[in-house]
Write a protein that binds this ligand. Structure first.
Ligand SMILES: Cc1cc2nc3c(=O)[nH]c(=O)nc-3n(C[C@H](O)[C@H](O)[C@H](O)COP(=O)(O)OP(=O)(O)OC[C@H]3O[C@@H](n4cnc5c(N)ncnc54)[C@H](O)[C@@H]3O)c2cc1C
Length: 472
């Protein structure tokens, strides 16, 4: 039986061997606060059905929202099977830093260098559309995912980074980019608004935060209520040409083989395990986040009302959101950080989301205290401070934008993966867009930037340009 590979895969850059999700992921703050989800281990011991019209591989926000979008477009729920290698939402969607944060201008120059100015503008506009899409969706369906529509600050912590931001802002504006929703705060005003004594300048624009696991779980619960079937702890291990003449593909799992017409790879950084021609074109990058119980200086009326990205440089930054209900602060850290040891930096390229790194914890807490230093700050009481640290795997692509669309060389197979750490700011238009394509729509119908469309040309271009990792 031939395996599902295109005839002439382009030469791939060397990298980590593709992998299925590893069996013992750690729990994030989001996982720890949603252990009661009734479908967490759905069908964990049951044999799979023999056939399904649609198989969606991956139960993250991509997979769950594709299922939701298909059903909303009239596909009967009972024609959809979702396969998940571990418990439901055990990937990045259940272990991120909680931001639904559109880029407002900062990435423009980097995107323009790879995709040209028009596409770069579209990429940034798209993220703003996603914020509105999430807000609208959550309100329409009353989704209990703690979505908080607020503003966010890009806080410039060095004059050099302030200069970089000013240049990006002007470049985006000069290209016709809309910055009418972005406010600039300089010097003392930036310090006052952000409460960061080191702030040199800050930009503020609308953004949100959510409990990402609750959002994904709500989507899964909703599609299951409409007849979709979720198989957890059930990795797809191969997609082969079907042995049944009336089906195109056989999806093999340890608990049975399912014959199907359409397969969706919403498998994030793991995509190349089933699509070997993507080896090197979707790569894992391990990220770490932390939850903190605030001291009284950041509790009640002193809580942060906005989210923040606090930046020493483009690649050295920290992020915070503070949750409305329990006041938990989620502290994210950049994957590059000049202060970390070479050993710690080296383990970023990994599929291992089973543990966390202490050096990163120490750096994040040290920086949090420096960034929000106050005179006469009280010491932490027992129960305050670091609550938990966790890791997750981000799927990177060489041109920094996701792969969305039909895998033309494998008719009936589709991909929606590679969000480069921006999934919450991208999936809410990409997943419905993919559902449209699956139901016969054109790329124009998706409304997505053309550069998001999967095509072998993107892989070939990446090889030609020597792009081996995301610009982020
Ligand atoms: C620490 C961290 C912080 C982040 N912070 C942010 C943030 O603040 N804002 C933001 O926008 N983005 C953030 N991200 C990125 C964001 O979480 C991702 O872009 C997004 O969750 C990707 O969603 P997904 O559904 O595509 O992938 P995932 O949520 O990873 O889902 C893929 C699923 O597929 C399953 N799977 C893979 N292979 C198979 C297989 N063969 N068979 C069965 N199942 C399989 C996996 O187990 C997984 O559950 C962060 C990520 C991390 C790790």
């Amino acid at each position: 039986m031939p395996s599902a590979q295109p005839a002439t895969p382009p030469a791939t850059p060397p990298g980590l061997e593709p992998s299925l999700p590893l069996p013992s992921p750690c729990l994030s703050y989001w996982h720890r606060t949603t252990r009661g989800f009734p479908h967490l281990n759905a069908n964990e011991n049951n044999p799979t059905p023999e056939t399904a019209d649609y198989i969606i591989i991956g139960s993250g926000i991509s997979g769950a929202l594709i299922a939701f979008s298909l059903i909303s477009s009239g596909v009967p729920g009972n024609e959809i099977v979702i396969l998940e290698a571990r418990e439901a939402v055990s990937g990045a969607s259940g272990r991120n830093a909680g931001h639904v944060r559109p880029d407002a201008f900062r990435g423009y120059a980097a995107y323009a260098a790879v995709h040209g100015p028009e596409q770069a503008k579209k990429i940034i506009v798209e993220e703003r559309k996603v914020l509105h899409a999430v807000d609208e969706f959550v309100r329409k369906y009353n989704v209990p995912c703690d979505f908080d529509l607020t503003t966010t600050f890009d806080v410039c912590l060095t004059p050099e980074f302030a200069a970089y931001e000013a240049k990006s802002f002007e470049a985006y504006k000069a290209a016709g980019g809309d910055v009418s929703h972005v406010q600039f705060h300089d010097g003392d005003e930036a310090k006052r608004r952000t409460r960061v004594p080191e702030a040199v300048a800050a930009y503020e624009w609308p953004a949100g935060s959510s409990h990402p696991a609750k959002l994904a779980q709500w989507l899964l619960g909703s599609v299951i209520d409409k007849g979709a079937q979720l198989w957890t702890h059930c990795p797809a291990i191969a997609v082969m040409e079907s042995e049944h003449s009336e089906y195109r593909w056989d999806v093999r799992t340890p608990r049975g083989t399912i014959a199907t017409q359409k397969v969706v790879h919403s498998t994030n950084a793991y995509a190349a395990a089933l699509l070997p021609h993507l080896n090197g074109y979707i790569t894992p990058n391990r990220a770490q986040a932390h939850s903190l119980v605030p001291t009284s200086a950041f509790s009640a009326k002193n809580a942060f009302a906005s989210t923040m990205s606090l930046r020493y440089s483009l690649h050295h930054f920290y992020s915070i959101i503070q949750r409305k209900g329990d006041g938990t602060i989620v502290l994210g850290v950049s994957r590059s950080n000049p202060e970390l040891s070479a050993e710690t930096l080296a383990i970023r390229e990994s599929f291992d989301d089973g543990a966390f790194n202490q050096e990163i914890v120490d750096d994040a807490l040290k920086r949090f205290n420096i960034m929000f230093s106050r005179d006469g700050a009280e010491s932490e009481r027992h129960g305050e401070g670091l609550d938990h640290a966790w890791t997750g795997i981000i799927g990177m692509t060489p041109d920094s934008v996701p792969y969305v669309g039909a895998i033309e060389e494998l008719p009936g197979q589709y991909i929606c993966a590679g969000f480069n750490g921006h999934g919450m700011a991208r999936i809410f238009t990409c997943a419905p867009g993919l559902a449209k394509l699956m139901l016969g729509g054109s790329w124009e119908d998706t409304g997505l930037p053309e550069c998001f469309q999967y095509g072998k040309n993107r892989l070939v271009k990446a090889v030609r340009k020597g792009q081996k990792g995301s610009v982020w």
